[in-house]
Design a protein around this ligand. Structure first.
Ligand SMILES: *Cc1c(COP(=O)(O)O)cnc(C)c1O
Length: 397
């Protein structure tokens, strides 16, 4: 087996898995549809049983096969982690990772700007398990220490935050966490490991909705949990106890998406920034929220920690009534109105903020919009939005 560690990550993501598992000449790993895994001898089955809780030792289809290992290895390399668990959705990655590190009676500190369903899990499942949850303002740095209690076991981050795109001061928070032996988890979906590597800043666990940029084509769901050497065995064991699995075909699609991640992200980044600038020049737009723009309050943190920006960002419209907003959104030619993001297609959705911030109430009166810039021609996208703003103006009461 050749040594791939000398190559750049992009190259490794394209080539390394073919050297880990025999492919009989095919470029890509085989996709086995397997529940039963057969053993040739009693000795083999005994050896495998002893090692069953170790990664890469399948005794049964639920533990995954070649394509799962190949995808896990590729993500582990990108995240510079110890190993990776592949899950059936991003939310499943989040709930398994949180579940693995907390016990009844523990306390979780979680950023107020997290993905809505993460919050719903904390409020409904963790609280029922007698786990205390405190939401903290996402721009807290070392003041987070004031929220730590004797039973605080984990700090959960998401940077930038969903809809509002606050960048968190991760190294500072990690320093506080480590001083108190608290585990840190971070949802890294927005940046992908190409633009941000939380484990390199001391975060213990990095989570992705692989559904988004890893897949890139809006046709598959999946998630990943990459952990350092200390936390990985705990998460691996817990995921196994919980019956975690993702089908091999979905895994294959995610691995296929990863091959073009860097190429796509370069386009997403460029188009996203260009659209953010264009939006900032439109009279209908009150302001743009894009962490890689100098007018973003956390721009310095972004610049310090990130290598790039993906193409999901926000903007706030001057207040308009519902018919005017509907005139904008209901008749777009290219922008779809839908959740998810990270695919090749552009999306535009309004944010409904009032119910999803509790540490600090959301004060903004204008309508917050979340926009994802896909791989379409940027001029076509600007025309689509300009026509939408014109429809909105004509519909104003
Ligand atoms: C979409 C999303 C998730 C959840 O991923 P699913 O695959 O849809 O379950 C988690 N975190 C963030 C930031 C997301 O945007």
């Amino acid at each position: 087996m050749s040594d791939y560690s000398k190559f750049k990550l992009t190259t490794r993501t394209l080539h390394e898995d073919a050297t880990i598992y025999p492919t009989k000449g095919a470029v890509n790993p085989p996709v086995f549809h397997a529940s039963t895994i057969l053993f040739d001898t009693l000795e083999q089955i005994e050896d495998r049983q002893k090692a069953a809780s170790l990664p890469g030792h399948s005794t049964y289809g639920i533990h995954g096969t070649t394509v799962h290992y190949a995808l896990a290895q590729a993500i582990t390399n990108l995240e510079n982690g110890h190993d990776t668990i592949i899950t059936a959705s991003g939310l499943m990655a989040i709930t398994l990772a949180i579940g693995a590190v907390l016990d009844s009676g523990d306390h979780l500190l979680i950023a107020d700007s997290v993905y809505g369903p993460t919050r719903a899990f904390c409020d409904n499942v963790l609280r029922r398990q007698n786990i205390e949850v405190t939401y903290f303002p996402p721009r807290m740095g070392d003041e987070i220490e004031t929220l730590i209690k004797p039973n605080t076991r984990a700090i959960y981050l998401e940077s930038p935050g969903s809809y509002t795109f606050e960048i968190q001061d991760v190294p500072t928070i990690v320093q506080v966490a480590q001083a108190h032996k608290i585990t840190t988890l971070l949802d890294n979906t927005w940046a992908t490991p190409l633009f941000y590597q939380p484990l390199n800043q001391g975060v213990d666990i990095s989570i992705h909705a692989a559904t988004k940029y890893f897949s890139g084509h809006s046709d598959v769901m999946g998630g990943s949990i990459t952990a350092n050497e200390k936390l990985y065995p705990k998460i691996h064991y817990y995921a196994q106890l919980m019956g975690n699995h993702i089908g091999p075909d979905d895994c294959y699609l995610l691995l296929r998406g990863l091959r073009s991640l860097e190429t796509r992200l370069k386009h997403h980044q460029r188009s996203g920034l260009e659209m953010a600038q264009w939006l900032s020049e439109q009279a209908e737009v009150k302001y743009v929220i894009h962490p890689a723009r100098e007018d973003h309050p956390d721009y310095q943190l972004w610049k310090r920690d990130f290598k790039g920006a993906s193409s999901l960002f926000g903007f706030v419209l001057h207040p308009v009534d519902k018919p005017a907003l509907a005139a904008l959104l209901d008749h777009m030619s290219l922008f779809g109105m839908g959740y998810s993001w990270g695919g090749y297609e552009s999306l535009l959705v309004p944010g409904f903020m009032s119910s999803i911030r509790t540490a600090e109430p959301w004060q903004e009166q204008g309508i917050i919009m979340r926009i994802h810039i896909g791989l379409e021609d940027i001029e076509d996208l600007k025309h689509d939005l300009r026509a939408g703003f014109d429809r909105m103006n004509n519909a104003k009461a």
